[in-house]
Design a protein around this ligand. Sequence first.
Ligand code: SF4
Length: 483
Amino acid sequence: MPWRKPWIDPSSVPDAAVLRERLERRAYEVWISEIMLQQTRVATVIDYWNKWMAKWPTIHDLAAAEPDEVLAAWRGLGYYSRATRIHEASKIVCADEDMQGLLPGEVEKLQAHIPGVGRYTAGAISAICFGRPAPMVDGNVLRVLSRQLGLLGDVKTDKAVIDLLWGAATALVEAVAQDAEQLSTGDDGHALSDRPGRWGQGLMELGATICTPNPNCSGCPISSSCCAYGEGLKLATDTDGPSKSKTSTPRAIIPDIEDACTLCQAFEEFAVLDDAGQKPSETAKAPLQKQTSLQSFFFASTKDKKTTSSPPDDAACMSVITNHAKKFPLKVVKKAVREEQTLVCAIRRGDGHYLIHKRPGKGLLAGLWEFPSSILSDPSDAQPKSRKQIATRYVHSVLGLAAGDKRLKHVGELGSVPWLFSHLKLTMHVQLFSVKDIDSASAPTVTGTSSGSRWSNDVEGESMGTGMRKCWSLVNEAMDMAE
Ligand code: SF4
């Protein structure tokens, strides 16, 4: 990954101006990579990151860029508000008298002063670039730690569970930082080293490659400290044998109800949900049993601990272990994704210009350009004939034409483009219209927009979301065929 570079040890750069310049560049690189990596795969991000850095090598270059240029560079990465926030933040950092282009090294300041930087990104910048013992906890790390601690909880929405895991990550990185062979000291007296960054990235890497949703426990370098592994091994080596244990829960008997973990859910009720969040058949149900607490895990007999660290050698045994580990963290049934259908109306003027309008500055696809679109309020209107009528009425009103005005013609419905956002399943029905003899000097205001409309003869070059761009491809193909 091109953004992974050796840590800059401040004590190895005696010239303060040179150090500042190098830190400024490094912090900027780490920041951009971390924002791009949110919701996007590493393999995709590498190319975007390289192009971004070639175009805007420093934060000052980015701050001076045009908003549309930034959106265009982000095209295809999705969640476009990230690009807008990065751009806004770069201007703030460059204009600020204290920062003058250099991101702060402290987690608290990063979160307080930089738009779009939450505690994960702040931790990553602070640890990787500035060498501070800050935790960085992404989804992969939440999974690794919930298995290491044997915490069967909802790591997405249960605040107590999330706080506990962040607390564990903080304690770990602070301990690891103490372990560093060479420490530098920051302006505020804090010990700095490469350890926090390497540790945090190592933990994330482990979650991305080994402790995945379907873990490879036999190849895991930290199985000896893993509670889920230990519980699985106990199941597998139980005198009843692995075959009976595959759908069971750990058999450790809780000596006292007060010793039960108040954060962990019972296995019967929750852990039997499979990866799709479904409950398997009744026969697979395990007896209700709470996990033992962290306290009882840590104070378990040495005999148990020895069992945990001795690697099993047969495949059946390992299968029981990984099946048990897969139960962590708690699987939560996903909310149904909202479905919506919309009419995307490409209105072509006689001279080949198309009407486009800009989406609002906040919310979904913020600031991007699109063809005028109207949501179908009634799903029963989702038949081609109704869609044509509704789209025609809508375009008449957009252009301020009276019903039946012959200057407007519905050319046809070109197809339907399905598009999936994290919370929304959208189907875009692309309608092509032609209009002639209308005022070409001004563009009509598209209902519901406040950011402006205009006629464009270069739709290809406009900053549009990938879904809208697919709609444009249908229009382009239709025009090519017509010529
Ligand atoms: S032993 Fe298995 S469950 Fe535990 S951390 Fe390693 S891969 Fe994850």
